[in-house]
Design a protein. Structure first.
Ligand SMILES: [Zn+2]
Length: 125
């Protein structure tokens, strides 16, 4: 007998998969495309780590799709990393909520996620 997997889609493309464990803490995983990536290597944590991102700031360079882009400034990289860290925090809260049995599909939980994302948007842009 395999345990039932439940998938819940939240606003802004956040998807939670929950494995309900009778008598135990649930297991869950969360994914989304909300994190911003380095245009060159696609890594969300890149801080001028890849060769291509080490060009001068504001120099026109080519991303991995061959499109012209301006290289990120130090400030933009820091903003990207802060945004991504805020998304990590939100996703951890969603994950632990699902694992502890909170109804993450409920209207009130969805509203809380939308409100949190709005606050993150306002704070980091
Ligand atoms: Zn990179």
């Amino acid at each position: 007998m395999s345990l039932p997997l439940k998938t819940v889609e939240l606003p802004r493309g956040i998807v939670i998969t929950i494995m309900e464990m009778p008598g135990m803490t649930n297991r869950a995983s969360v994914r989304s495309d909300l994190r911003e990536c380095c245009a060159f290597c696609g890594d969300t944590d890149c801080h001028f780590d890849c060769d291509e991102s080490q060009n001068d700031e504001d120099e026109i360079v080519y991303d991995y799709d061959g499109e012209e882009v301006l290289n990120e400034t130090e400030e933009e990289v820091i903003e990207r990393l802060k945004w991504n860290a805020a998304i990590d925090g939100l996703e951890f809260l969603i994950l632990t909520s699902a694992e502890s049995g909170i109804d993450v599909a409920s209207k009130i939980f969805r509203r809380a996620v939308i409100n949190a994302l709005q606050k993150i948007d306002n704070y980091y842009s």
